[in-house]
Design a protein. Structure first.
Ligand SMILES: [Zn+2]
Length: 150
């Protein structure tokens, strides 16, 4: 079998191959001194790199223990204090909205369905007051009445 290149051996070192490929390379390494030498060289180089990186970190940063801020606790206490008033306010708002919704059916007759119309064709040279005014009133029971004012 032909030898593996540096990249393949590095993949093997980094444990990035599957079981089958690792087995093939391991078997080859047992019989090939050249590839074993490459493997040892790369392993040594990785070790030296790791050691030089460790040298860069001279001292560990002092990270204090995490303590939750006190304000969040007091803020939570305040928010539970306001739950009841907020619930009451929301209920009152709902009642007012529902009440106005149901009262809309019982509004005074003249605001139920009044339509003001201009009869005939519109003439741009006439003022709106020169047209007869037709008032159409739709009562809550559905009856329609009209009145024309000249
Ligand atoms: Zn080889």
């Amino acid at each position: 079998m032909s030898c593996f290149n540096e990249e393949q051996i590095q993949y093997y070192l980094d444990n990035e191959y599957g079981v089958e490929k690792k087995g093939i390379i391991r078997h080859h390494l047992e019989h090939c001194p050249l590839c074993r030498k490459t493997l040892e060289y790369q392993r040594q180089r990785a070790l030296e790199l790791k050691q030089s990186l460790d040298l860069l970190v001279t001292e560990q940063a002092d990270i204090p223990d995490f303590k939750p801020p006190v304000t969040s606790l007091s803020r939570r206490k305040i928010s539970t204090q306001y739950i009841l008033p907020l619930a009451v306010a929301a209920s009152l708002l709902l009642i007012v909205l529902l009440r106005s919704f149901f009262l809309a059916d019982k509004l005074p007759f003249d605001s139920q369905g009044v339509q003001f119309m201009v009869s005939g064709e519109l003439d741009a040279n006439k003022t709106i007051t020169e047209y007869p005014l037709i008032i159409t009133i739709v009562a809550p029971d559905g009856s329609i009445s009209q009145k024309t004012i000249n």
